[in-house]
Design a protein around this ligand. Structure first.
Ligand code: DOR
Ligand code: ZN
Length: 456
C-alpha cells in the first residue's frame, strides 16, 4: 500500500501511551500506526524526529463571528489562526448576526462555511425565549449541540425564562445533543454592577467583583437541577469558579451526564492581572483568584473537568477600550467589551505547563482531543489516532521556545492578554484529514475544512 501521507520517526502520543514511530493517512483516514518499520511508504513523508505526533487538537469553543460580525473575525481568518495554533477542528458559537437560532440559519451558516475553513468545524444553535420549536429542526439541520446564555453577554441574546426552560430542556433531551450553558446569574451580576458603579469603582480590577463566583455557581446549580429533571446532557462552558467545579464533580458522581470546560486564562491568570493588562483580560465570566484556578487544575487532572477550550472571542481595539498594551482608553471598565483571542495561543501556553510537569502530554491530549470529541459526540471519527478515524494530527516540538507576540497572530483583530508570555513547546505542523495545513508556522494548506455532524 502507498499512503498519501506518512509521518514517521517521531513519538506518537495517545491518552494511554507514547510510542516511537508514526502514522500513515490515506483517503483522509488513518490506515496505519506503529513503529517506522510497519508503516507503508507515502506520496508525501514527514520526518518528525524529536517531535510528538498528537491526535488533532480540538478547540470546543470559538467565536468566528460569521455571519454579520466579520469585521471582528471571519471563517478564513479564524481558521487560519487555528491551524497556526495547532488546532484541527473548532466548535463555533451562535451569537452572530442574525443569531443561529433556527434550522434555516443553521443551513445558511453551513453554506457560508463552504470553501472557507482550513480546519474542520461544527456549529452550535442558540436557544432563546422564542425559538423552542426550532430545537429539533436545528438538530436535523446539523448542529453539534445547543447554547443557552443564562446571563447577559456579547450579542445580548434573550435567555429563556424558567417556564420556557421546562420545554427547552425537555426538547433538548429528546434531540440527544448536549446543551452548553453560559452560566451567569443575571440578577446577581446586575446587583453587583450597579453597586460598583454607584461607588465609582470603574477600574479594570473591579470586573471580577461585578460577576463574582456565586454568580456562576448559582447558574450552574440551577441548570443541573433542570438537566437532572429532564435527562438533558449538560455542558458548562468556560468554567471559572471552584464552586461550579465542585457541583459538576458531584453531579458526575451521581451519574448525571454533566461535563465542563475551562480555558487557559482561568488556569494561569488572575483577576489582579487586570491592573496590568486592563480590558485585554476582560472576559465573561471573569478570571478570578488563584484558589479558583487551583481547583480548576484539580478538576482537569482528576476527571471532573473534561476539556480545555479557549472561548476565542476577538473584538477590535476600539471595542476593547484598550491599546495593545492594555492601557484603558475608555472612561470605565463597563464601557469595554468582553472577549479576546485564544485559539492560536492556547497550545503553546498549555504545552509550557506540560513542560513544567503540571500534566503529562498524554493527559493533555485527552483534554484537548479525546474528551471534546466524546462530549460533542463525534468520537471516534475525531479525537483519536485509530485506524479508520479522520487523519487529524498536531505535531509539536516540546523543546521549541518563544515569546507570544500578538502582532504576529493571524486573527483579524488581535487583542490578547498573552502578549509577551514566554512559552516552551509549540505546534510545528497541523494536519486536517491528511492535508498539511500549517508547517513551521506558515500556512501551506487550502480551505479543505468540512462541517462535522454529531452521531449521538
Ligand atoms: O467574554 C465573552 N465574550 N464571553 C462570552 O460569553 C461571549 C464572548 C464574545 O462573543 O465576545
Ligand atoms: Zn464564548
Amino acid at each position: 500500500m502507498n499512503a498519501d501521507l506518512v509521518i514517521k520517526n517521531g513519538w506518537v502520543v495517545t491518552p494511554e501511551e507514547t510510542f516511537k514511530g508514526g502514522v500513515a493517512i490515506k483517503d483522509e483516514k488513518f490506515v496505519a500506526l506503529g513503529t517506522d518499520d510497519v508503516l507503508p511508504t507515502g506520496k508525501e513523508e514527514i520526518d518528525a524526529k524529536g517531535k510528538y505526533i498528537l491526535p488533532g487538537i480540538i478547540d470546543g469553543h470559538v467565536h468566528f463571528r460569521e455571519p454579520g460580525l466579520g469585521y471582528k473575525e471571519d471563517f478564513t481568518t479564524g481558521s487560519t489562526a487555528a491551524v497556526c495554533g495547532g488546532v484541527t477542528m473548532v466548535m463555533d458559537m451562535p451569537n452572530v448576526t442574525p443569531p443561529t437560532a433556527d434550522a434555516e440559519k443553521v443551513r445558511d451558516k453551513i453554506k457560508l462555511a463552504e470553501g472557507k475553513f482550513l480546519t474542520d468545524v461544527a456549529f452550535f444553535g442558540v436557544v432563546v425565549q422564542t425559538n423552542i420549536e426550532q430545537i429539533l429542526p436545528m438538530a436535523e439541520a446539523g448542529v453539534i449541540g445547543y447554547k443557552i446564555f443564562f446571563g447577559e453577554t456579547i450579542g445580548n441574546l434573550p435567555f429563556p425564562d424558567d417556564g420556557a426552560c421546562l420545554d427547552a430542556f425537555r426538547f433538548i433531551a429528546q434531540s440527544k445533543l448536549p446543551l452548553g450553558i453560559h452560566a451567569e446569574n443575571r440578577q446577581i451580576m446586575a446587583y453587583h454592577t450597579n453597586k460598583l458603579k454607584a461607588e465609582g469603582k470603574n477600574d479594570p480590577i473591579y470586573w471580577e467583583s461585578s460577576r463574582p463566583d456565586i454568580c456562576e455557581a448559582e447558574s450552574v446549580h440551577h441548570a443541573i437541577f433542570f438537566a437532572e429533571t429532564f435527562g438533558t446532557k449538560l455542558h458548562v462552558y468556560h468554567m471559572s469558579s471552584k464552586q461550579a467545579a465542585w457541583m459538576v464533580r458531584d453531579a458526575k458522581a451521581r451519574g448525571l451526564r454533566v461535563t465542563a470546560e475551562t480555558g487557559p486564562h482561568y488556569l494561569l491568570r488572575e483577576y489582579k492581572d487586570m491592573a496590568e493588562v486592563g480590558p485585554l483580560l476582560k472576559m465573561n465570566p471573569p478570571v478570578r483568584s488563584r484558589d479558583h484556578a487551583e481547583v480548576l487544575w484539580d478538576g482537569l487532572l482528576n476527571g471532573y473537568i473534561d476539556m480545555i477550550a479557549t472561548d476565542h472571542s476577538p473584538h477590535t481595539l476600539e471595542e476593547k477600550g484598550s491599546d495593545i498594551t492594555g492601557k484603558m482608553t475608555k472612561p470605565a471598565i463597563w464601557d469595554c467589551i468582553s472577549g479576546f483571542c485564544g485559539v492560536e495561543t492556547a497550545v503553546p501556553v498549555m504545552l509550557t505547563e506540560v513542560n513544567k510537569g503540571r500534566m503529562t502530554l498524554n493527559h493533555y491530549v485527552k483534554l484537548t482531543s479525546e474528551n471534546p470529541a466524546r462530549v460533542w459526540q463525534i468520537y471516534p471519527k475525531k479525537g483519536c489516532i485509530r485506524l479508520g478515524s479522520d487523519g487529524d494530527v498536531t505535531i509539536v516540538d516540546l523543546e521549541k521556545e518563544g515569546t507570544i507576540d500578538v502582532n504576529k497572530l493571524h486573527s483579524k483583530n488581535k487583542p490578547s492578554p498573552w502578549h509577551g508570555w514566554k512559552v516552551k513547546g509549540m505546534p510545528v505542523c497541523t494536519i486536517v484529514r491528511g492535508h498539511v495545513q500549517m508547517r513551521d508556522g506558515e500556512v501551506v494548506g487550502k480551505p479543505v475544512g468540512k462541517v462535522v455532524r454529531p452521531n449521538p
